[in-house]
Design a protein. Sequence first.
Length: 250
Amino acid sequence: MLLVHGVVRESDAPAVGRVPPGRLQQPRAVVAGPLAAVVSDAPDGDLVGDDAVAHLDLLVALVVTVPVLPLPFGTVAPDEDAVRAEVLEPSADELAQRLAAVADLVELRLDLDFDTDASVAAVSRDDPDIARLAARARVPGASLADRMAVGEAVAARVADLQAELAATWTQELSGVAEQSRELHVDDQVSRTAYLVRRDRLDDADATVARLREAAAGSASVEYVGPMPVYSFLDDVVVGSQPAPRSRWGW
């Protein structure tokens, strides 16, 4: 049984053999015409979290130098003939067009992990409405409703402040990127994916360095990439009509 990790151009197949295997059995390329599938031998037991990490690490190592269409973790085929007959050959034209569409693009991801205490302190210091509510709640005999009103107002203002800061800090990076997409937002963490041209990676790196300086003391910054364009595959235009999604995850 083979794990099928992604698809590259046949001309880029040699790059697969140069990737350190890590947890995977040595990755290799299965070629069919102008395309090649990136495969490795599946482990004997069930797939676990470490296997998912190894799958991603392999694709990230490849996309540094060659275009890659990622497949969902856990995509399997019984053997190399099945990879050719079921994965590559039926969708060869579409795959080739999608690879051409993403050839000059990669994905970057940015996490902003806000320091809640710092946000609350900033709101309490700078917002006069919050200050008035807090003063009312401190009066002897203040009701539970007064105290709850302070908490609700602080939580709402903190959310607004963090959204404002995130928009300000990431404005320059959004200008570098072709597209951006919000992946996750909660009370503390904001995660965004950016679609960036390969020739603008240095610009993106420099922009994030400035963002880190601006966010110091208010939020920590995690910056990951380049990665395959996971978050933007549905936006890749192939021909004049949207292509149907196949059972392989496109």
